[in-house]
Design a protein around this ligand. Structure first.
Ligand SMILES: CC(C)(COP(=O)(O)OP(=O)(O)OC[C@H]1O[C@@H](n2cnc3c(N)ncnc32)[C@H](O)[C@@H]1OP(=O)(O)O)[C@@H](O)C(=O)NCCC(=O)NCCS
Ligand SMILES: CC(=O)OP(=O)(O)O
Length: 334
């Protein structure tokens, strides 16, 4: 079974409720209709009900009536969420007046719904920049115990290639943490290995990427990747991790054998960990656009509850796929 079909079938085994805070938008509403029709998740749509119904009738989206619509301007749970916000962040200086303003923002409302257990997960980002999606999630939903840094992975499905796992690769961090320390990069590598195992369903072979292979260049940026590799190997000895490797040494067998003889990962990597967000975000977009890869994500790694971001360049299908992954995470696939 193909990856996307497998994820949808898994989500359908235990139906979860996912909130879409950008529902009054064409791609979101079309995706919502498709998800309800396919039946692998229940949906809560945040937005102006008139706008949502108008879009649904404009595009003949017959299933939208089966979703729960929450109007942020007229939300019966507003007071309950404001109290929760104050309980969680009054100590950080949040005032009642600020909380009452924030809870009308669909991205804050969605994060509070997740925190309050009213929904099982959230998908947003088609209409909002990543930072704006992440901030309410970081403030209210927080990270898993023991995780200090959230990162974003993409499952890349690259057509007509044998790179990675028959064209499937996992890339991270492509979305969240601009300039990780060695310790943070090690955490990102370990979390990405787990995403590859649990969500992509592959046994990870993780390459810690750099512009140097096994000491071919000397620079503090290379030193960071070397330290991160050692730390990641210690953090999870069950994972196969090697570095520092250049991208060609990581994925091309002949070059891997030449530049990193004896490495179990070189030439065979199916997980690529980038040294900074700058590199990861540029690399995933180039592979997506130039190699016509499907880029599923960013799947946020290390959140205490499933909240996932989208690229503003996403398609309807991208939203559908990420909702399926979010529902699987809510079902315990983390
Ligand atoms: C994620 C991001 C928005 C956080 O920036 P910020 O709001 O300035 O962060 P702050 O330092 O004020 O932190 C806000 C909260 O988030 C937490 N946080 C920040 N980065 C975090 C991370 N990577 N993992 C976990 N928590 C994080 C902070 O601990 C803080 O929590 P607190 O308020 O309870 O103390 C910022 O790092 C960012 O914009 N990243 C790039 C996103 C992006 O544009 N990606 C490219 C497109 S996908
Ligand atoms: C993941 C990402 O790059 O998001 P956007 O394209 O919205 O900035």
């Amino acid at each position: 079974m193909e990856f996307v079909e497998r994820i949808k079938a898994k989500a359908a085994e235990e139906i979860k409720t996912i909130v879409l805070p950008e529902a009054a938008e064409e791609r979101n509403i079309k995706a919502a209709n498709q998800i309800i029709k396919e039946g692998f998740a229940k949906l809560v749509l945040i937005g102006n009900p008139d706008q949502i119904h108008h879009l649904a009738s404009e595009y003949y989206l017959d299933e939208i009536g089966k979703a729960t619509i929450v109007d942020p301007e007229n939300n019966p749970k507003k007071e309950e969420y404001v109290e929760l916000m104050l309980k969680l962040r009054a100590s950080k200086g949040l005032t009642r007046e600020q909380a009452e303003k924030l809870i009308v923002d669909p991205l804050y409302l969605a994060a509070l719904m997740v925190k309050n257990g009213d929904v099982d997960g959230e998908v947003a980002g088609a209409n909002n920049a990543t930072g704006d999606v992440l901030r309410p999630a970081f403030q209210y939903v927080k990270t898993l115990p023991g995780i200090s840094v959230v990162s974003g992975a993409f499952i890349m499905l690259i057509p007509d290639t044998m790179f990675g796992e028959h064209g499937m690769m996992v890339f991270a961090d492509c979305a969240v943490h601009p300039n990780p320390t060695a310790e943070e990069l090690a955490q990102i590598a370990v979390m990405t290995g787990r995403t590859a195992r649990v969500i992509a369903g592959i046994e990870p072979r993780i390459a810690m990427l750099s512009f140097s292979t096994k000491g071919s260049a000397k620079n503090e940026m290379v030193d960071k990747v070397v330290s991160a590799t050692l730390l990641a190997q210690q953090m999870d000895p069950t994972l196969m991790i090697d570095g520092e490797l250049q991208a060609d040494a990581a994925i091309v067998p002949g070059i891997g054998a030449k530049k990193a003889p004896g490495s179990k990962i070189a030439g065979k990597a199916n997980v690529l960990v980038f040294p900074t967000l700058e590199v990861g975000n540029i690399a995933y977009k180039l592979v997506q656009r130039m190699a016509h890869a499907e880029a599923i994500g960013p799947i946020l790694q290390g959140m205490a509850a499933p909240i996932n971001d989208l690229s503003r360049g996403c398609s309807v299908e991208d939203i559908v796929n990420l909702v399926a992954i979010t529902a699987c995470q809510a079902g315990g696939m983390k």
